[in-house]
Design a protein around this ligand. Structure first.
Ligand code: TYM
Length: 329
């Protein structure tokens, strides 16, 4: 491990990576990794995915799929520690210790838990409830001090800070409280309903997946809801401008579109095809890298194995110290 501050982040393996994930988090993971300022640790958090009862085969496929998407998006195993959460058992071990200091009332406040419990009424399992404790353990087991995530994860990172504080109060100063790092678009909205967050849960029409074809991208953008819903659907136009700005590195043209939008003069018939083209060309190299990786799953598995072994070394050291602090002999 180098001496730079540690960054940790993760993504679930519950479906396809979409541009909301990419622009809200993953693109920033890559920027932080390439800055050389941090020890970056990134994970496919498969144990979290288990909380919503995915069929066995789908889960295994999703894990590999997400790992390939992350490598294709620029996660570089030479620069980051990149691994699968369940390969490092210390995450689950630290979760138990945090479980014993986190009040149930704190977990009951979590909006994601409340939403998911409504969505999966027939499967409100302990894992779903305890999800944020596992997430706190993910971060703290590497003593990470910063966590690049989208806005929807803020409450969970706040819980990780509480867990760190409670641990320190009870057993003596050990964990630093982790901060979040956000991008300019911490909350991209659904294309078909901009009053809601872009999400796998809302189905493929709500998002652009990283592997959508040019035709799919053109179609989804042309059908994207703008501001025509009398405010009912939220700010769809602004959402499309945000997408444009994040994919195109040209301040002049973005400023012009933003002004047109402010003055109610943005011509969607012209803007939308441009936006679609910008997304298509930004995703093209990522899609090409992904196709190369698909030819070589053994390479991906090897990368993940090596990453887990590096992650384990750090996590095991933390657990040794944590056990001493707690009084486990
Ligand atoms: P997950 O898998 O839902 O999403 C991965 C990342 O994408 C961000 N994101 C978005 N950002 C902007 N706009 C959107 N519409 C949007 N949708 C998703 C998420 O905020 C996230 O950063 N609980 C986490 C996974 C996790 C984790 C961790 C993250 C487990 N342990 C430890 C950080 C640290 C989750 O479900 O993300």
């Amino acid at each position: 491990m180098n001496n730079h501050p540690t960054i940790f982040s993760g993504i679930k393996a519950t479906g396809k990576m979409h541009v909301g994930n990419y622009l809200g988090a993953i693109k920033n993971w890559v920027t932080l990794q390439n800055s050389g300022q941090y020890q970056t640790i990134y994970s496919v958090v498969d144990l979290h995915s288990l909380t919503i009862g995915i069929p066995k085969k789908e889960l295994s496929e999703n894990i590999m799929d997400m790992a390939m998407d992350l490598l294709a998006a620029g996660v570089d195993p030479e620069k980051s520690i990149f691994f699968i959460q369940s390969h490092v058992k210390e995450h689950a071990e630290l979760t138990w210790i945090l479980n014993c200091i986190l009040p149930v009332a704190e977990l009951e406040k979590m909006t994601q838990y409340k939403d998911k419990a409504k969505q999966h009424k027939d499967n409100i399992n302990m894992g779903l409830f305890d999800y944020p404790a596992l997430m706190a353990a993910d971060i703290l087991v590497y003593r990470a001090t910063a966590v690049p995530v989208g806005e929807d994860q803020e409450q969970h990172v706040e819980l990780a800070r509480k867990a760190a504080r409670k641990f320190n109060n009870r057993w003596g100063q050990y964990f630093e409280e982790p901060a979040t790092i956000r991008t300019k678009t911490p909350r991209l909205m659904a294309l078909n309903d901009p009053s809601k967050k872009m999400s796998k849960d809302l189905g493929p029409k709500s998002y652009i997946a990283m592997n959508d074809s040019p035709e799919e991208i053109k179609d989804k953008i042309s059908k994207a809801v703008t501001d025509t819903g009398g405010g009912k659907h939220g700010n769809g136009g602004k959402n499309l401008l945000d997408l444009f700005e994040m994919f195109v590195d040209d301040e002049q043209i973005t400023t012009k579109f933003r002004e047109d939008y402010k003055n109610g003069e943005l011509q969607y018939a012209k803007f939308k095809p441009m936006l679609a083209n910008v997304i298509i060309s930004a995703l093209k190299p990522i899609q090409e890298r992904r196709r190369e990786l698909e030819k070589n799953p053994d390479y991906v598995l090897e990368v993940l194995r090596a990453g887990a072994s590096r992650a384990r070394a750090i996590a095991a050291e933390t657990m040794k110290e944590v056990k001493e602090k707690v009084g486990l002999i």
